[in-house]
Structure formats: C-alpha cells, structure tokens
Design a protein around this ligand. Structure first.
Ligand SMILES: [Zn+2]
Ligand SMILES: [Zn+2]
Ligand SMILES: [Zn+2]
Length: 97
C-alpha cells in the first residue's frame, strides 16, 4: 500500500488458518480425585463443584465441601436453624425466645 509493506501479526492462531490443533492440556480429560469422605478413588468428567472444585464422588455422591452442620428445628417457628441460633439451654431459637 503506497509503497509500504503491511504485516499482520497475530499472537494466537489466526482465524484464516486452517484448523489448529489444541494444545495437549486444553482438551477434556478425566481427572482423578480421591473422595474426602469415603476415600474412593475416582475419575470424573462431571462439572466440578463451584466451591471446592471437586466433582461428586460416584460412590457417596459428595464433593469435598465440609458436611453441613446439622440444624435444629425450633418448636415455636418450626424453622430449622443452625445450632448457633439457639441459646444454651433453650429449645427455642433466638428469634422466638
Ligand atoms: Zn465418596
Ligand atoms: Zn463442593
Ligand atoms: Zn423459632
């Protein structure tokens, strides 16, 4: 163009090139995990949990998140609250007492 040579530089695979092989680590690969709950060794393609990034164990169906604290049901409002919602010695939640 007007005596200049125009060079087009691309950092990655140019869209006009024919199919470029993906690098080895971008394809889907089953990763292996060891279940934190039952020590089951498993491979999984399943989407990983967004919190612990571990897919569910096929054996016990749990990811690596810590188990939920068991709640207590309040006899007054019938809502299951975490244990911290109950005053010591009281069977009603803090909302109701
Ligand atoms: Zn398991
Ligand atoms: Zn999880
Ligand atoms: Zn209550």
């Amino acid at each position: 163009m007007d005596g200049y040579t125009v060079a087009v530089l691309v950092t990655d695979s140019a869209p006009w090139r024919s199919f470029t092989l993906p690098t080895a680590d971008t394809g889907p690969q089953a990763r292996s995990y060891i279940c934190a709950n039952c020590d089951e060794h498993y491979h999984s393609f399943d989407p990983a949990c967004t919190r612990c990034r571990v897919p569910q164990c096929p054996d016990c169906g749990r990811c690596a998140c810590p188990p939920r604290t068991p709640g207590r049901s309040c006899p007054s409002c019938f809502i299951v609250h975490p244990p911290a919602m109950f005053a010591p010695g009281s069977d009603r939640c803090l909302d109701c007492s």
